[in-house]
Design a protein around this ligand. Structure first.
Ligand SMILES: Cc1ncc(C[n+]2csc(CCOP(=O)(O)OP(=O)(O)O)c2C)c(N)n1
Length: 680
C-alpha cells in the first residue's frame, strides 16, 4: 500500500493514526462485551475504519454526516463521548436514545450526525436536504452520506443521486464497497464494472479509491469537498474495502472464501499505516505502544451501565408509559394563534376570529388552502415548498399558481419525479431549521415515499429527540372518475403510525386554519385535501392569518337522535342527509384531525344521542372507523342505545366507471345504514 503524505505535517499524520486506532480498539472491547452478554448486537467496521475516519477528518465539524451501521469512526471522529456511546449500545436511559434505539441508529445534532434508520438508503436523501439548506443560505459547506454497495441497489440511491445532480447540491455520496451485503457478493448485487461508473449516468463526477488507505481517503475527500463547495455540485466516491467480520457478530462468515480474509488482512488499514509511519520514522514502536496504552485506558475508564440499568429504572416520579407517549411528538411552542378550541368550535365560525371574509365573499376550498400557504410563505421565511410541477405550472390543482411571482423560485421548487428523495430531503432541511411543505401530485403517489414518512419522519422524535418539521399535502379522494390510482383514501395508512399527525379539513375555513397550523407544528403532518371539494366547496374564510387547532374536532350540528361522526367528504354527505331528513335530529361531528383524535368531542357526541354512525369515504376494513367504533364501545358503552355502526366505501379498489364509482362510495349506503341504526 502506497502512502502519499503530500504536505501533511507529522502532527497531522500522528493525529490520523490515533483517530484510526481508536474505533478499532473500541470495537475490540465491544466484541468482548458482546461475548459477555453486556451488549446485544454488534455490526463490525473492523477493516473499514479508514473510510469513516478519513471522511470525517476531511470535513468541517459543523457539516452534516449521515452514517450507517459500520461507521463508528464518524462518531469518534466527531468526538462523541465514549461513555455515552457505550450507554447507547447498552440500551441505557442515558444513551442518545433513552434506550429506544440500538447501535448506531441515533443522531446528535450537537455533532452534526443524523443517525440511520435500518432501511439504509434513506440516509442519502436526507443528506440532499442538508446540502440544500447550505445552498439556500449560500454557506460554503457540504453534507455527506454513506452507503454500502448493497444499499446502492435501493431506489433511494437512484433518487437521491439524481435529485442532488438536478438541484446542483453540494453533497458527497460515499460508497463503502466491502464485498458483501450480508451474504450477497457483489456479482449478485450489480452488473456495472464499478459502482462509481453510475456517477456518469447522473451527470456527476465520481472517483474510485482505496478505502483502506487513510491518506488516500482523507486527501481525496478533502479535495472533493472543496470541489463540491466551489462548484456547487455533488460527487460520488466509491471506496473499496472489505468486511473482515460477519454482517453482525451472530451471523458468521461461512460464505466468505478463506483466502479473501488472508488477502485483505494484508491490506489492513491500521497495520499498513503503522508500517508507513514507522518506515518514515514519524513514530517508533515505543510511542506506538504508548498511544495504544493511552487509548486502552481511556476505553476502560468508561463505566458500563450496571445490571438493571434499564430505562424504567431511571425514570423517577413519572409513569413510564406517559413519558414514552409524550416523547412521540415534539412540543408545539407556537400556541398563540390558536383561535379555535373545541368550545369555540361549537359556534361556527369561532368567536375568536373577527373580520370574517370581509367583503370579499366566500372562498373556494382550493383558494383557502392557497391563501393559507401564501400567508405562511410570507410569515415563515424558512418555509420551502416542493413538489412536481408546482412552480411555473402551479401544481396539478393550481394550488401554488402564481407563487413564483411572489416568492423566490428557490422556495417554490419543482422536483423531479422522486417522492421518496424529496421527502427525505425535507428531513435534511428540517435538521437545518427549515420547514417544508411537500405536495404529492395525488395522495395515491405517496406510496413511493411511504418509507421516508412512516419510518424516518414519524419516528425521529421518539428515537433521538430530533423533529421533522414537514407537511405533506395529499390531494385525495374519489368521486371524480379518476380510477384506482388517482382516487384513493389512504389516511388510515398513516393514522396507524405513531409520530405523524393526520389532518383532514372539510370546509374552506378549516382548510386555511389547519394548513397554517400544520406548517407551524414542528411535527410531520399529513394534510389531506379532498380533490372534489377544491372547487365545489365554498365558505366564509377570514382574510387574516389564523390557525385552527390540530387535534380538535368541530361540532357541526347538535342533535338528539343519532350522531354521524365523520370528516372530509363525509361531512358534506352527512349535511346533505340531515337536510333531506329534517324530521331527524342528527348530531354531526367533524373530526378534522384523525391523529391525534379528539376523544373528548367524540364522547360528547355519543352522549348527545346514544346512537352513532361512523362515516368515511375510505374503505371499510382497517379504516379509521373501526378504531373509533372500538374506542366508543370501550369508553362510552353506558351512553349507547345501539351498536356503533360504520358506513364506508366498498372493500375494493376505486373503480373508474361513474356508476361503479357511485356504488363504491360510502354515500351509496348511507341511508341504509342510518335506517338500520335509527330502527335498532
Ligand atoms: C430495505 C432493507 N432491506 C434489507 C435490510 C436487511 N439488511 C441489513 S444490512 C444488509 C446488507 C447491507 O449491505 P451493504 O449496503 O453492502 O452494507 P454493509 O452491511 O455491507 O456495510 C441487509 C440486507 C435492510 N436493513 N433494509
Amino acid at each position: 500500500m502506497q502512502f502519499q503524505r503530500n504536505n501533511l505535517s507529522d502532527d497531522t499524520l500522528i493525529e490520523l493514526y490515533k483517530k484510526l486506532l481508536f474505533p478499532r480498539m473500541i470495537e475490540e472491547r465491544m466484541l468482548l462485551l458482546l461475548r459477555q452478554g453486556k451488549i446485544s448486537k454488534w455490526f463490525s467496521g473492523i477493516g473499514q475504519e479508514a473510510i469513516s475516519v478519513g471522511v470525517t477528518y476531511a470535513l468541517q465539524p459543523d457539516e452534516w454526516i449521515m452514517p450507517l451501521h459500520r461507521n463508528l469512526g464518524v462518531f469518534t471522529g466527531r468526538n462523541v463521548p465514549l461513555h455515552k456511546l457505550i450507554q447507547q449500545w447498552q440500551g441505557a436511559e442515558d444513551g442518545y436514545s433513552k434506550g429506544r434505539e440500538r447501535s448506531f441508529h441515533f443522531g446528535s445534532k450537537e455533532h452534526y450526525i443524523c443517525g440511520m434508520i435500518s432501511h439504509l438508503g434513506p440516509q442519502l436523501s436526507v443528506a440532499d436536504g442538508a446540502a440544500l439548506a447550505y445552498k439556500l443560505r449560500e454557506e460554503k459547506k457540504v453534507a455527506v452520506a454513506f452507503t454500502g454497495e448493497g444499499g446502492t441497489s435501493e431506489g433511494e440511491f437512484h433518487e437521491a443521486l439524481n435529485l442532488a445532480a438536478v438541484w446542483d447540491l453540494p453533497v458527497i455520496f460515499i460508497i463503502e464497497n466491502n464485498g458483501y451485503a450480508l451474504s450477497t457478493p457483489v456479482d449478485e448485487q450489480y452488473r456495472c464494472r464499478s459502482l462509481v461508473d453510475k456517477a456518469i449516468g447522473y451527470g456527476m463526477e465520481g472517483v474510485q479509491i482505496d478505502g483502506n488507505n487513510i491518506l488516500t481517503v482523507y486527501e481525496t475527500v478533502k479535495g472533493v469537498r472543496d470541489y463540491c463547495v466551489k462548484n456547487q455540485k455533488p460527487y460520488l466516491v466509491e471506496c473499496t474495502t472489505f468486511r473482515m467480520r460477519g454482517h453482525e457478530e451472530a451471523s458468521g462468515v461461512k460464505y466468505v472464501p478463506k483466502e479473501m480474509f488472508e488477502e485483505w488482512l494484508e491490506k489492513d488499514p491500521i497495520k499498513n499505516y503503522e508500517r508507513f509511519l514507522l518506515e518514515q520514522k514519524i513514530l517508533d514502536n515505543l510511542t506506538i505502544a504508548h498511544i495504544r496504552d493511552e487509548i486502552k485506558e481511556e476505553i476502560e475508564r468508561c463505566p458500563l451501565t450496571p445490571e438493571g440499568g434499564t430505562p424504567s429504572a431511571f425514570v423517577k416520579g413519572e409513569n413510564l408509559s406517559s413519558r414514552e407517549l409524550r416523547d412521540v411528538y415534539a412540543k408545539n411552542s407556537n400556541e398563540t394563534n390558536n383561535v379555535s378550541s373545541y368550545e369555540a368550535s361549537l359556534h361556527f365560525p369561532p368567536s375568536g376570529v373577527r373580520r370574517l371574509s370581509g367583503d370579499r365573499g366566500p372562498l373556494r376550498f382550493v383558494d383557502a388552502i392557497k391563501e393559507g400557504l401564501h400567508q405562511s410563505m410570507k410569515k415563515c421565511e424558512n418555509l420551502i415548498l416542493m413538489g412536481q410541477d408546482i412552480a411555473e405550472y402551479g401544481g396539478a390543482f393550481k394550488v401554488t399558481e402564481g407563487f413564483i411571482n411572489d416568492f423566490e423560485i428557490d422556495r417554490v421548487r419543482n422536483t423531479p419525479l422522486c417522492e421518496s428523495a424529496v421527502i427525505g430531503a425535507s428531513l435534511g432541511l428540517s435538521l437545518e431549521g427549515f420547514k417544508s411543505v411537500v405536495e404529492m401530485q395525488f395522495a395515491d403517489f405517496v406510496s413511493v415515499g411511504f418509507n421516508q414518512i412512516v419510518n424516518n419522519l414519524a419516528k425521529i422524535h421518539y428515537r433521538w429527540g430530533e423533529n421533522a418539521d414537514i407537511v405533506i399535502r395529499m390531494p385525495t379522494g374519489a368521486g371524480v372518475g379518476a380510477g384506482p390510482f388517482h382516487s384513493q383514501s389512504n389516511e388510515a395508512w398513516f393514522v396507524h403510525t405513531p409520530g405523524l399527525k393526520v389532518v383532514y379539513p372539510s370546509t374552506p375555513y378549516d382548510a386555511k386554519g389547519l394548513i397554517i397550523a400544520a406548517i407551524n407544528d414542528p411535527n410531520p403532518v399529513l394534510f389531506f385535501e379532498h380533490k372534489a371539494l377544491y372547487r365545489s366547496s365554498t365558505g366564509p374564510v377570514p382574510e387574516e392569518y389564523f390557525e385552527v387547532e390540530i387535534g380538535k374536532a368541530r361540532q357541526v350540528r347538535i342533535g338528539h337522535d343519532v350522531s354521524i361522526i365523520s370528516y372530509g367528504m363525509g361531512i358534506i354527505w352527512a349535511l346533505e342527509y340531515a337536510d333531506a331528513n329534517s324530521d331527524l335530529s342528527i348530531d354531526i361531528l367533524d373530526l378534522r384531525t384523525l391523529l391525534p383524535l379528539d376523544y373528548k368531542a367524540i364522547r360528547a357526541s355519543v352522549n348527545n344521542t346514544g346512537k352513532v354512525l361512523v362515516l368515511h369515504e375510505d374503505t371499510l376494513t382497517g379504516g379509521i372507523g373501526g378504531e373509533i367504533a372500538a374506542w366508543i364501545a370501550q369508553n362510552c358503552f353506558e351512553f349507547l342505545d345501539a351498536p356503533v355502526m360504520r358506513c364506508a366505501s366498498l372493500d375494493t379498489p376505486v373503480p373508474f366507471n361513474a356508476e361503479l364509482e357511485k356504488n363504491f362510495l360510502a354515500k351509496a349506503r348511507l341511508d341504509e345504514m342510518m335506517q338500520k341504526l335509527i330502527n335498532y
